[in-house]
Write a protein that binds this ligand. Structure first.
Ligand SMILES: [Zn+2]
Length: 216
C-alpha cells in the first residue's frame, strides 16, 4: 500500500471507482455462483433420491428373479396341488372313502415333491445345541433344516454333514429367530409351520428375507 502515498487525488478517486466497480462485479458473480450451487444441490438431492429408489427396484427385481429361478413351474404346480388337496381333505362335505383317497393322493404328491421335484432352495434352520451340564448334556440337539417349499426336514450335528439340504450358493438358508405373533412366541416349529402354510410364494420369500442370513 506504500505506493498509494504517492498517488494524486484524481488517481486515488479513479482507483477507488475501479476497485468499487470490480468489487460489485465480483459480488454479482458470487451471487450467481451461489444460485448455481443451490441448483446443483437440489439436482444432487433429486439424483440421490432417484438412485435410492432405483436400488430398491433392483433389489425387488433380483428377489423376484431369484424366486422365479429357484422355483421351477413344476415345483410351483405340485405345491399348488398339495394346497388344493389339503383344502379338499379338510372339507366336511366328502365321504370317508373320498377322504381316504385324497389323503393318499396328498401323501404321494408330497413325497414326489420332496424327493423328486423340489430343488430345496428356501431352507430355514435351527442350530445344534451342545446341551447343558446340569442335564448331563442329555438335552443336546442336532441342527434341524427344513425346506419351506416342500417340507423336507433333515437333522445333523454339523452343517457339513447335511446330505440333501447342504450349503450351496443357490440355496437361501436362513437361521430362524423368535417370531412373535399375537403376543405369543413362535419357536422353531412355530416358524417352520407358519412358513410351510404360506401358499403365496411372494409372501414366503418376503418372510424368508426377513430371517437371519447363515453367512451373517
Ligand atoms: Zn424342498
Amino acid at each position: 500500500m506504500a505506493s498509494l502515498k504517492n498517488l494524486t487525488i484524481e488517481q486515488l478517486t479513479a482507483s477507488l471507482e475501479a476497485a468499487q466497480t470490480e468489487q460489485s462485479r465480483l459480488a454479482t458473480r458470487v451471487k450467481e455462483q451461489d444460485r448455481r450451487i443451490l441448483t446443483l444441490i437440489t439436482l444432487k438431492a433429486r439424483t440421490e433420491s432417484d438412485a435410492r429408489s432405483k436400488a430398491q427396484e433392483a433389489q425387488e427385481l433380483s428377489a423376484r428373479l431369484f424366486l422365479k429361478q429357484c422355483l421351477p413351474a413344476e415345483v410351483v404346480q405340485l405345491r399348488e396341488r398339495i394346497f388344493n388337496l389339503l383344502a379338499q381333505v379338510a372339507s366336511d362335505q366328502i365321504t370317508v372313502a373320498e377322504q381316504r383317497r385324497l389323503s393318499e393322493e396328498l401323501k404321494t404328491t408330497r413325497k414326489s415333491l420332496q424327493l423328486d421335484v423340489c430343488n430345496h432352495r428356501l431352507v430355514v434352520y435351527e442350530e445344534a445345541y451342545s446341551g447343558s451340564r446340569s442335564n448331563d448334556y442329555d438335552d443336546a440337539s442336532k441342527e434341524v433344516r427344513v425346506c419351506v417349499v416342500c417340507g423336507l426336514e433333515e437333522c445333523q450335528w454339523k452343517a457339513e454333514e447335511f446330505k440333501v439340504l447342504q450349503d450351496t450358493p443357490h440355496r437361501l438358508i436362513r437361521r430362524y429367530y423368535d417370531f412373535y405373533e399375537f403376543g405369543s412366541r413362535l419357536g422353531f416349529t412355530g416358524v417352520r409351520d407358519r412358513l410351510l402354510k404360506l401358499r403365496d410364494l411372494d409372501a414366503l420369500l418376503d418372510l424368508m428375507a426377513g430371517l437371519v442370513k447363515l453367512t451373517d
